[in-house]
Design a protein around this ligand. Sequence first.
Ligand SMILES: [Zn+2]
Length: 475
Amino acid sequence: MNGSRPILIRNVDVLTASEKFRADILVVGEKIHTIGVDIPTENCEIIDGSGLTAMPGGVDVHTHFDLPMFGTVSSDDHYTGHKAAAFGGTTTVIDFVPLDKPTLEESIAAWREKADPKAAIDFSFHMNISRWNETIAREIPRLVDWGIPSIKVFTAYNNRLRISDGEIFSAMRIAKEYGILTMLHAENGDVIETLVQEALSQGKTTPEWHAHTRPSWGAVEATLRGIALAAQSGAPLYIVHMNAGGEVDQLAYGREKGVPVMGETCPQYLFFTVEHLRRPDGAKWVCSPPMRTPEDNERLWQGLAQGILQTVGTDHCPFFYDGTRPILYEGKPIAIPGKELGKDDFTKIPNGLPGVGDRLPILWTYGVRTGKISENQFVALNCTNPAKIFGLYPQKGALLPGSDADIVLWDLNKKLTYGVAVAQHRTDYNLYEGWELVGYPVKVFLRGQLIVDGDQWLGKAGQGRFLKRTPGTVL
Ligand SMILES: [Zn+2]
């Protein structure tokens, strides 16, 4: 692809968060120049878009690449994870920076050092606030200058990531003052600690106990707690990976009261239940928060359809199922210790799942085609809303003149059987193994560069750019 020549995508169905129409899209350099009809073709590289649908590149605001955990590391790094995202139609990701260094600044610098040379799509960061003191409090406002106007706090993982309710309240007040969005992992850490100790002392060590020791009432209660903290601080709050129907009810309640609270769910909470953890290979489904019940799945779908939830992220944090057996990745064998670390103790199973590449194709077939959400909602939830909330719109998440030419051309009639052989994650399993799909991305552009063409990878490490974000919008 010659990057200097304008690209004209002709006769394509343009699908956005609010419309669908047929048009031509003219890309000049890195940007969408014009969307219209009968755009002159001279000097352009022409792509015939007939029969295809153009959507904005997906924006996944919840990933964990190259994240150390339980003596191993999530198996996708900032290259392999970005590549998998691109094949699934996602061109922007936001990863979480662990507070591993004495200061936020040093922690971010360390994460940039890992990500910058590998990045294959555009990316940004959120900052975990998993420790509280005067220095951290004073440093939070500087996140705005660094283009990272979002922090994440936890009400679970005692003695590891959790800070107290009072500290969360203080962080939210500072965040509000500077236009920083607070994100919340909502579970009850104290109850979890108690139940885990009890289960282990009773010899209950199988993967399903991961779910039993993290009850959904704890998520519901912590969600309401977060909403109450938002109401009392006046600060906006974004609740990550909502997994329980009761959380949706609480979010609806808070929003009805005018509290600036928003919610995200992830595909795994829409399709799977605690039953999956009971399978012999149940460790594949171990993530936190855990899978719930079919009623929870249903209420989350309603939450998406009714606009109570604003986004779908993935919480992509993959591990090998059997990290003793190498897979071939780009022709080279690789094995990374994974779920087998917890085969005798669910508390040692690395928490997390692959998903960054699955999100869009799975939700298209099993969300849009099943009538659970509309085509426009699909774009809103996966592309446009996340870009707006996290201060990337209209550069990202939109097909508009002036937007980055992150364009995904879908063949909505393409049929395939999905699974680990199709998904490009660097792991040895896929949660959607054998699922039949109708509709798949066939060409993916990042800022005007074709990076995925069918099953061909044209992207490269280092081509992804760090996105300095501005404070976003409360939806
Ligand atoms: Zn996460």
